[in-house]
Design a binder for this molecule. Structure first.
Ligand SMILES: Nc1ncnc2c1ncn2[C@@H]1O[C@H](COP(=O)(O)OP(=O)(O)OP(=O)(O)O)[C@@H](O)[C@H]1O
Length: 456
């Protein structure tokens, strides 16, 4: 149910606390009156002074204990629990914060009369919490009244995102209002690795958000050591295996991905040496050019459409530790056959990044630091789905999400596998990568995902 945010909600928690204290003081008074009445009937002699003193002492002790208890309930219990009481307390805190935000952003008007200043206009913002999905739904007025433009421009939503560490997921306009849905508890959207259900054209990222590679072609996954980059890449590669057999995997650092050459599903598709990688890049490039020719022929007959409409399958080049490959090859002496092969491969890669989308050839690039030296601009500009695991440095944030000034805050101190992503020009979102469960075996996972394709 929606609740309207009021100006006085700024002190909601204090009001709640005071109400509790008033009620308990009243109950104590009733109890004492009853005890007094009983004592009068009995033989025990208590004078008025003794009675008042004992009442005041007990009242003070009870109210102090209750204040401490309520404070603990509000600040600690509500954070560490997920039951109804904790959710109720959280909703109080959130409503209070919303009211405060509206006031600090000046989204209200005052007038004065003989009795002093009073709030003459407070916009009708309503809120609904969905604790089971970790969402908050805000209804903001777009009704021709004061501040409409500021709500419409998303100014208030941006402040809410920062204050609640939330992500705006959807933004819908209805008559006289705008409905924005925020995810304030990103972990609620986490998928389990075993629950991934990729489909042709879309791979699962978090609940409700898929990577539609035909739309947001080419992916970049960056992140420092230990942030969960490899695990996230496993989730992507596994899903690709479930939808296509046209995959090549490059792992110049020979890490866990390199060892996938020993699986049945990826036998002959994993390459680690520079020579093999450069050669394979050229093979993929030639396959792409071959497809370009075929499509040109089809289009010469007046047919229109994208590659899948002509029954061509998507190809994926899965390139982990891209920076390491570039660094190793950049050192090669000019004029040597290895250098020539590398230069050819670099040119091919640029073209795959640029033309691949139309033709169904996609790149997935994994690297620690996507700096200008390690990731050529021609490729970087074509990476439409950008992911960073962990909290990026300001420079990396600027490089990955240049148009966003969203403040990125850590999602967890003890859990790994969280980060931020942006698809195209969409909002930068915080997310938890699919959870890798205990007892996970990389090779078994890949074989299993591959078997889904064979079965289907
Ligand atoms: N999605 C996840 N689910 C469960 N645990 C995770 C997840 N992601 C990361 N972890 C935990 O964090 C650790 C580091 O993750 P990962 O190996 O993917 O980091 P990395 O950034 O790739 O580092 P490196 O470059 O050293 O491989 C893992 O061993 C695991 O314990």
């Amino acid at each position: 149910m929606f609740k309207t945010i009021k100006y006085k909600d700024q002190v909601l928690a204090r009001t709640l606390l005071l109400r509790c204290l008033y009620v308990s003081a009243f109950l104590l008074l009733m109890l004492f009156s009853f005890v007094w009445w009983k004592l009068r009937q009995s033989l025990v002699q208590v004078n008025n002074v003794q009675y008042v003193i004992s009442f005041l002492v007990i009242l003070a002790i009870v109210l102090l204990a209750e204040t401490i208890f309520l404070k603990w309930l509000y600040t600690s219990y509500s954070l560490s629990h997920r039951d109804r009481l904790a959710n109720y307390l959280k909703s109080i805190e959130f409503r209070q914060m919303l009211s405060l935000l509206m006031v600090t952003k000046g989204l209200f008007e005052t007038k004065s009369d003989d009795d002093g200043e009073f709030v003459s206009y407070f916009p009708k913002v309503r809120v609904k919490f969905k604790f089971d999905t970790g969402q908050m739904v805000l209804e903001e007025p777009i009704n021709g009244e004061q501040f409409m433009e500021r709500f419409d421009k998303g100014e208030f939503d941006a402040v809410v995102e920062t204050a609640f560490m939330a992500d705006r997921q959807t933004n819908v306009y209805l008559k006289n209002k705008m409905i924005s849905t925020f995810a304030f508890d990103p972990i609620k959207f986490r998928l389990k690795l075993s629950a991934l259900k990729p489909k042709k054209g879309s791979l699962n990222i978090v609940k409700g958000i898929d990577w539609k590679y035909d739309k947001f072609y080419n992916m970049l996954v960056s992140g420092n050591v230990g942030t969960g980059k490899s695990y996230f890449l496993f989730a992507i590669l596994g899903q690709l295996l479930a939808i296509t057999k046209f995959i090549v995997v490059f792992d110049p650092k020979r890490s866990d991905l390199g060892a996938l050459q020993y699986t049945d599903i990826l036998k002959g598709k994993v390459f680690s040496t520079n020579t093999a990688i450069n050669e394979q890049i050229h093979i993929v490039y030639e396959a792409m050019m071959e497809r370009a020719k075929k499509m040109e022929k089809i289009k010469a007959e007046g047919k229109i459409g994208a590659y899948m409409e002509f029954n061509f399958k998507p190809h994926f080049m899965f390139f982990d530790e891209f920076g390491a490959w570039k660094e190793m090859n950049d050192k090669l002496a000019f004029g040597t056959p290895e250098r020539k092969a590398y230069d050819l491969a670099s040119g091919d890669l640029n073209e795959i990044a640029m033309m691949g989308r139309e033709l169904g050839f996609y790149l997935i690039v994994g690297m620690q630091r996507p700096s200008a030296d390690s990731l050529p601009m021609a490729i970087r500009n074509q990476l439409n789905f950008r992911v960073v695991m962990g909290k990026p440095t300001p420079e990396i944030q600027k490089m990955l999400f240049p148009d966003s000034d969203k403040e990125l805050r850590p999602l967890s101190n003890d859990l790994k596998g969280w980060g931020f992503f942006q698809m195209g020009d969409g909002a930068v979102r915080a997310f938890f990568a699919p959870e890798v469960e205990k007892g996970f075996n990389l090779h078994e996972f890949m074989e299993h995902m591959g078997s889904l394709r064979e079965a289907g």
